[in-house]
Unconditional design. Structure first.
Length: 153
């Protein structure tokens, strides 16, 4: 990360390519995270409710709390590392960049994890979890696209 502190680093084509590669990998990780959550929990309210709370009529067991805690722990770590890297690169490329998108991404990423834990006890929060989950992924992807665009200048 030290290369982001030096002003002359943006003149080095190798470092620019490394930053591009890092952004592309983070964007692919975000997209695969969406697919993973769609498969494991579901991104529709009915499917997520059935996965988290279970369904007695269809003999579906509810998600175990320790599995949910493990998921939240992993998601928190992944989201904070990817958002931190994207924010640092975006700020380095454009010091006057929009702070709103960075703040929105971090707040929605943390809120997603809190709301997922709350939705284990109150199923009414599942729709809010889905909205926050999609919001932080879209915001992070837009930050990645903006960073790639600024690197190509």
């Amino acid at each position: 990360m030290k290369f982001l502190e030096q002003p002359r680093s943006l003149n080095n084509p190798l470092l620019k390519n490394l930053m591009r590669f890092l952004i592309v990998v983070i964007a692919l990780a975000l997209l695969s995270d969406i697919l993973l959550h769609n498969y494991k929990i579901g991104l529709s309210p009915s499917q997520a409710t059935q996965t988290i709370a279970g369904n007695e009529e269809e003999f579906c067991e509810p998600m175990l709390f320790d599995s949910l805690l493990e998921q939240v722990h992993t998601d928190t770590l992944n989201s904070m590392i990817s958002l931190l890297l994207l924010a640092v690169i975006l700020i380095r490329l454009n010091p006057t960049s929009k702070q709103r998108s960075i703040h929105l991404a971090f707040i929605s990423a943390i809120s997603t994890q809190i709301v997922l834990l709350v939705s284990f006890y109150f199923s009414a929060f599942i729709l809010l979890w889905i909205i926050l989950f999609v919001l932080w992924h879209l915001t992070a992807l837009s930050m990645a696209i903006e960073s790639l665009w600024r690197l190509s200048k």
